[in-house]
Design a binder for this molecule. Structure first.
Ligand code: SF4
Length: 737
């Protein structure tokens, strides 16, 4: 077979699947020939259930599960949906193993030793409910309901699983609010300061572009199914430009790849703007019609030299010019901004500069151009307030908040704080859809907080995670496949069904039934909102007058019948020239940025400016992005996935040579927050002065037996705007272990 760029790029994802299913994949291939693999073909016979992958992944695949005698036997993509092929990614392929994993927790358990000692006693659900209810009621009586904190994030992204079920319970008891701001919010602010929104064009229209720019995005890990649209554009001659400090698979395939030092994107975008303006490649007609503050932009850009840009970014000026020329000469360019870059102390400011650059190039408002970040049109249209029953919270405006990125600070044994201010001690955490000891930054401090004797920790999960092992009571959750839900896309514009695929395994209970029954044990069934069924919760979310929903007449019945619907906002995006800023224009000069304390045009601040000296002077920046075989802290236990390395550190070849580190050596990373141990992967994949280690690996799965994880090292200081995590603004020392 001839290998062209399309097969090569898609192969990056496919090879993960092939190697992960060794022994099974040849059967899949052979099964296309009737009679070649009767065992596997037989697994495809049965009832088909449509179910959306509810991982925190932009693809949000609609999957088809085969069910035989109540057991899930086979999974494939719902290829009738344009974004899908027949194949999910490596993680989706493993869903049968994920669901029937041998280590699933299938009954409630109570701690029978000290916290974290690993001694458990099996208890009944009646006992679990009685113990949890009485302890929570005592805490409410003694300390107030605001000393109870929910913790959850993206373990389940369905509208019931994530919000509708659990939030009703926490609203009913009047619990403290968790601000789920680990991601996107810094970029939201930066992008809003330019165009007024973080929404953008439908990626289906990427096939019409002349130039696709992947900026800080690793499509082969986090947007596998989007690659085919890029390839279709490239087959028609489109250029592929990539900006990433890591040589991702798509960077390897790019026409031009720029490898800046981490967090120097404001400088790089400014250099590209300068080039466009100086070489008559700025779209002056577009700028005149659609923007304000261009004069101030010219002044600000003149204050920054190419020499300084090269010094800061490490990108040779000539290479940057080459990139800018291709970009500026492309009639239609679409830019895809990744989620990682904004997790920095200057995340909002970098996002702003990149969005401004795209305006200088005049690349908004046509099919085939635009700026794609977080297409939450469907999600933003839902009636969250009604779906979560926010109105039953007794004091929603005055109850305290905790930012999930700062959970370690909130659980601090001595001085609990939230948003820089002292708070009264949190006395109970109910953890569901999450695993904060692995996922939150400063993992050692998270663990110290979870280990507090006076903290009642309840974990609703189906696996013994780093957080579950510290619990007082563990109650078994179902997987997403064991109850009905719906989910929204955040790349394409879809709302999708999640049919119940199988009955709950063992004694597990899903995210609504657990909280509904716990609520009943606490007398909360006096609220009608705590007595409803799944369908009513979904109908409450869909009870919306948002235009994106209403002009398509989207109904509950339609989603159930058709399995997916498209929630169109506008096409082409910004085609009417109406931007969502206060001025209605693209703002090169921003009062919003000024009010936030930053330069109103371009702010060149870097993360190192804000680090404590003991961290600032450490030699390496640590990047901890996603890897294709995991989704946050999920899939760590799955048989066909767990042997993919997740405890490696990629080190630049020259840095490794200076430190005498070779491939596969054991290495130690450390800073003032702790240490973590990895296997070295020496490579030019990362730029000098940077180390890359996967995010959210589990302490208890550390193959070196040192119970370490990447988040032992990461900072919990928030971003410049939006209150988002800033994992990548972390510096470390590196030594051979
Ligand atoms: S993790 Fe992403 S790519 Fe994989 S099956 Fe789920 S939605 Fe699809």
């Amino acid at each position: 077979m001839k290998i062209d760029r399309r097969t090569f790029l898609q192969g990056a994802a496919a090879s993960a699947v092939l190697s992960s299913l060794s022994g099974l994949t040849p059967g899949i291939a052979n099964a296309k020939e009737p009679g070649a693999n009767t065992g596997l073909l037989a697994k495809r016979e049965g009832e088909i259930k449509y179910h959306t992958c509810q991982r925190n992944c932009a693809d949000r695949c609609l999957l088809k599960f085969t069910v035989q005698n109540g057991r899930m036997t086979y999974v494939e993509g719902a290829s009738e949906m344009k974004k899908m092929g027949t194949s999910p990614c490596v993680k989706g392929h493993a869903y049968v193993q994920y669901t029937y994993a041998a280590d699933r927790i299938l009954h409630p358990m109570e701690r029978a030793g000290k916290k974290g000692e690993g001694k458990w006693r099996r208890i009944s659900w009646d006992e679990a409910y009685a113990k949890i209810a009485s302890r929570l009621q005592q805490i409410i009586k003694d300390h107030g309901a605001d000393s109870i904190l929910p913790y959850s994030y993206s373990g389940h992204e369905g509208v019931i699983g994530k919000y509708g079920g659990p939030s009703r319970f926490f609203n009913a008891i009047g619990a403290r609010k968790l601000d789920r701001k680990v991601c996107v919010f810094a970029a939201y602010e930066g992008l809003k300061s330019v165009t007024g929104t973080y929404q953008g064009p439908d990626p289906y229209d990427n096939i019409y572009t002349n130039c696709y720019i992947s900026w800080g995005q690793n499509e082969t890990a986090t947007n596998v199914h989007g690659i085919k649209f890029i390839n279709q554009a490239r087959d028609k001659g489109a250029k592929l430009l990539v900006v990433n400090p890591i040589r991702t698979p798509i960077a390897s395939q790019a026409d031009i790849w720029l490898q800046p030092r981490p967090s120097t994107d404001t400088h790089l975008a400014s250099g590209i703007m300068k080039y466009l303006i100086e070489h008559d490649l700025a779209d002056l007609e577009f700028i005149k019609a659609n923007t304000l503050g261009y004069e101030q932009l010219l002044i600000r850009l003149n204050e920054m030299s190419y020499e300084e840009i090269e010094r800061v970014t490490g990108v040779p000026t000539a290479k940057m010019f080459e990139f800018a020329k291709v970009y500026g000469e492309s009639e239609l360019s679409v830019l895809r901004l990744g989620y990682g870059m904004q997790r920095n102390f200057n995340g909002a400011r970098m996002s702003r500069a990149i969005a401004m650059m795209h305006a200088v190039a005049g690349q908004y408002g046509k099919i085939g151009n635009g700026f794609i970040y977080d297409n939450t049109q469907a999600d933003d249209s839902l009636n969250y307030s009604k779906g979560r029953a926010d109105h039953i919270h007794p004091n929603p405006d005055t109850v305290g908040h905790v930012n999930m990125t700062e959970i370690a600070k909130a659980l601090d044994p001595e001085n609990p704080i939230a948003y820089g201010k002292p708070i009264k001690p949190i006395k109970a955490v109910i953890n569901y859809n999450g695993n904060f000891v692995s996922v939150a930054p400063d993992s050692n401090a998270c663990r110290r907080g979870a280990m507090r004797d006076d903290l009642f920790l309840v974990v609703h999960d189906f696996l013994m995670t780093d957080t579950a092992e510290l619990a007082d009571i563990i109650v078994p959750s179902t997987t997403q496949f064991e109850f009905p839900d719906m989910g929204t896309d955040y790349n394409c514009y879809h709302m999708q069904t999640s049919e119940k695929v199988i009955e709950p395994l063992g004694e597990s209970k899903d995210n609504w039934i657990f909280f509904k029954e716990l609520g009943a044990h606490m007398g909360l069934d006096r609220f009608p909102e705590m007595r409803v069924d799944y369908e009513q919760i979904l109908r409450d979310f869909l009870d919306t007058e948002e235009p994106a929903f209403r002009h398509n007449n989207i109904t509950y019945e339609q989603i159930i019948r058709d399995k997916f619907v498209t929630v169109y906002d506008q096409r082409p995006y910004f085609g009417d020239g109406k931007y969502k800023t206060d001025s209605g224009k693209i703002e090169f000069y921003s009062e919003m940025m000024k009010e936030a304390g930053f330069h109103p045009v371009i702010d060149f601040g870097l993360p190192e400016d804000e680090m404590l000296p003991e961290e600032k002077n450490l030699p390496f920046r640590l990047l901890s992005p996603a890897i294709p075989q995991r989704a946050n802290s999920a899939f760590y236990n799955v048989k066909y996935i767990r042997n993919f390395p997740a405890y490696f550190a990629k080190i630049n070849t020259e840095d490794a040579a200076e430190l005498g580190i070779n491939n596969n050596d054991r290495v130690r990373l450390n800073n003032q927050r702790g240490e973590a141990f990895f296997i070295a992967q020496v490579s030019t994949q990362v730029v000098r002065g940077t180390v890359m280690a996967p995010k959210n690996n589990w302490r208890r799965m550390d193959p070196q037996g040192k119970a370490s994880c990447t988040n032992n090292l990461t900072t919990d200081t928030l971003t410049d705007m939006g209150g988002c995590s800033a994992y990548h603004s972390t510096r470390v020392a590196l030594t051979k272990a």
